[in-house]
Design a protein. Structure first.
Length: 131
């Protein structure tokens, strides 16, 4: 009894240099209640404003994937007993990803914080976070 999904955040860079993120750690919140944590050591390239993404051919744009799994037990521990509310009231459910990441070489504990409604996450989007 688990919900698993990949959250992909589109980032547009204003930076003059790119970095390789690794050692990512996130806490996932539903309506301000912590429900699970996510750790990743996967290498993710965050491009500079002038770098071209080789997959999408977009300049200065990067995609940050976050694999999330939430069990029924996670929801119960967080005090979320009515799962029907999650499904029926998608526009009222806030999903927040709050965490930190480090780069390969010199930056540590870079804050990463995003918030969407469940409805926004379930519908196709072209929105971009600026970093």
């Amino acid at each position: 009894n688990e919900i698993s999904f990949r959250l992909i955040i589109r980032l547009a860079s204003k930076a003059d240099f790119g970095v390789n993120l690794r050692d990512q750690f996130y806490t996932i919140y539903l309506n301000d209640k912590a429900v699970t944590t996510v750790k990743s050591k996967d290498l993710v390239r965050i491009h500079s404003k002038s770098e071209m993404d080789p997959t999408t051919n977009e300049k200065g744009v990067s995609y940050l994937p976050i694999d999330i799994s939430i069990s029924h037990q996670d929801l119960t521990k967080a005090g979320i007993d009515n799962i029907a509310d999650l499904i029926l009231n998608k526009d009222k459910i806030k999903v927040r990803t709050k965490g930190k990441a480090s780069t390969e070489r010199f930056l540590r504990n870079i804050p990463i914080d995003f918030e969407y409604t469940l409805k926004e996450l379930m519908e196709p989007s072209t929105s971009t976070e600026v970093c």
